[in-house]
Design a protein around this ligand. Structure first.
Ligand code: ZN
Length: 214
């Protein structure tokens, strides 16, 4: 669930049903819902479209907070969440969520998808949604997508067909996050303000009263 500079491989995605208003498109060797901006190339520029002040740190904080709240809502404890300190202008700003990812595909999927889902919601809430920004948010979730594909492979599930793959994981993540969006915001905000850039298990649980969704 850490930042990555590489787009997902084409093998990991089918052109199944996408989020409302978005359709899967095939770019130069990989799938995304928002098309790769024409002026961008190279994997070191994945978050170049997030170019307003504070955007990269806010994006990463919401992405990681999404993982945290989805995990807690699924009854999975989170040991730690962190955001790389430093310059907001650094491309591919790092961050991570430390938890024991369940083996079950149905549980792991929404937890992995929740980073991207939270980041999309953050774009919408801040009025910053654009195709380019949406693409950057997806590229930043490439590692999560790969991990879900790997989990499906281990479980011998045909990932592309299985409940629509990434789409179904995102749909479930949206269900988990929607009623607890204030918890996502609270964790993201605290993470942004934390001098050490880290929140431990206790701080996370004190901060947000996340209820478990059966
Ligand atoms: Zn992630």
């Amino acid at each position: 669930m850490t930042a990555t500079g590489r787009p997902p491989s084409a093998a990991h995605h089918g052109a199944g049903p996408a989020a409302p208003g978005l359709r899967w498109v095939f770019n130069a060797g990989y799938w995304s819902r928002a098309p790769q901006p024409a002026h961008l190339s190279g994997q070191d520029q994945i978050d170049a479209p997030l170019d307003w002040p504070g955007a990269r740190r806010e994006h990463r904080a919401h992405h990681e907070a999404g993982h945290v709240v989805a995990a807690l809502a699924a009854g999975v404890p989170v040991a730690r969440i962190w955001l790389a300190p430093g310059d907001d202008q650094v491309a591919g700003l790092g961050g991570g969520t430390e938890l024991h990812l369940p083996e079950a595909w149905e549980l792991a999927g929404p937890i992995l998808a929740a980073g991207e889902v939270a980041a999309q919601r953050w774009l919408l809430h801040t009025g910053r949604w654009s195709d380019a920004a949406a693409w950057a948010v997806e590229m930043s979730a490439a590692d999560d997508r790969r991990r879900l594909a790997a989990a499906a492979e281990r479980a011998d599930l045909p990932y592309v067909e299985h409940h629509g793959g990434w789409d179904s994981a995102c749909a479930r993540a949206r269900q988990l996050l929607a009623p607890q969006w204030s918890a996502v915001e609270a964790i993201a905000l605290q993470l942004l303000q934390e001098p050490g850039g880290t929140l431990d298990k206790r701080a996370i649980e004190d901060l947000a009263n996340v209820f478990v969704i059966p």
